[in-house]
Ligand binder design. Structure first.
Ligand code: SF4
Length: 313
């Protein structure tokens, strides 16, 4: 992790995006992760999140190198386990801004159990799923989001199964409270989405369509080159950015409080939909439910002694 040393007192600090930059990122040229990383730095600047109050947690994969490239705290964890690590940090440190970065192989395959229960726990954190439809780091292996019949190195005759839709799965989990989709090549929308996700209390799940020019160039390229196939979800309670509305002509009015409508939007349609699918601020937040009452050191000691007394003979 890069140094967090600062010289100014917190009240005098005004950080710029470049102040959050760690070492030079090592991804393939043209990788969508670069855009997501620079947008994350812009988010940190826009929200003035202090590096020592901010934690990025990741699993394993190309995108999971993310914490190395930011001058915040970071935890590059193990495959599929970013969410339990982040939940542990959340429960001990209610003051931190917590972001979780996972790839599709990491989150939707080996980490699928943690994904489902992480959404259900609805702890306060922003989850970024960088979905490039492939295992990139292990050189073009089929992932759960790889399109059917797509040729990969593990299924050279074409992927056998229909892909899993991360939005549909998340929307099917009890207690889901914020579900959105955006894309690395639309940085204004990406930034607006991450700001809305960070502002939400509870677990915000943001699927980011991510270009992988090394292994799946054709999949996302088609979406980048065909902006008329992008449909922007529009609502006063959604992610509103007039610039995006101007850039993309196809809009769909969608009330993000309507869960059934959000689920219907996940059905195959030919559209690449971006925006806020669902938001519900009344769901129980795990860190509130499990928060221990504030207690003085003397009070803690009394509780421990009382606990020991239960076992005295
Ligand atoms: Fe990015 Fe794909 Fe290269 Fe990984 S393999 S760094 S996802 S372009």
């Amino acid at each position: 992790m890069a140094s967090l040393e600062t010289t100014d007192a917190p009240e005098e600090r005004k950080l710029k995006a470049k102040d959050y930059a760690g070492p030079t990122a090592r991804w393939c040229p043209g990788c969508g992760d670069f855009s997501i990383l620079s947008t994350a730095r812009r988010l940190l600047e826009a929200e003035q999140l202090m590096p020592e109050q901010t934690l990025f947690v990741s699993g394993i994969g190309c995108s999971s190198r993310f914490p190395h490239y930011l001058k915040t705290y970071g935890f590059h964890g193990i495959h599929g386990r970013a969410l339990p690590l982040a939940l542990g940090a959340r429960l001990r440190r209610p003051d931190l801004n917590i972001f979780v970065v996972m790839g599709d192989g990491d989150c939707t395959s080996i980490g699928a159990g943690h994904w489902i229960h992480g959404v259900r726990y609805n702890a306060n954190m922003t989850v970024m799923l960088l979905d490039n439809n492939i295992y990139g780091l292990t050189k073009k292996q089929t992932s759960p989001t790889t399109p059917r019949q797509y040729v990969t190195n593990t299924q050279p005759q074409g992927s056998y199964l229909e892909p899993l839709d991360p939005l549909a799965v998340t929307l099917g989990v009890a207690n889901a409270s914020f579900v959105a989709q955006t894309a690395d090549w639309i940085p204004a929308h990406l930034l607006a989405t991450l700001r809305a996700a960070h502002a939400h209390k509870g677990l915000s799940f943001v699927r980011i369509l991510q270009r992988c020019p090394k292994w799946t160039p054709d999949i996302m390229d088609a979406k980048v080159k065909l902006p008329h196939e992008v449909q922007v979800l529009e609502h006063e309670d959604g992610i509103v950015d007039p610039k995006i509305m101007k850039m993309y002509k196809n809009h769909l009015t969608h009330d993000p409080s309507d869960l059934d409508a959000a689920r219907e939007l996940c059905a195959p349609s030919g559209w690449t939909r971006i925006g806020l699918f669902y938001k519900n601020e009344s769901m129980g937040v795990y860190d509130d439910i499990r928060r221990s009452p504030d207690i003085s050191p003397d009070g803690k000691l009394r509780e421990i002694e009382a606990e020991f007394d239960r076992y005295s003979i």
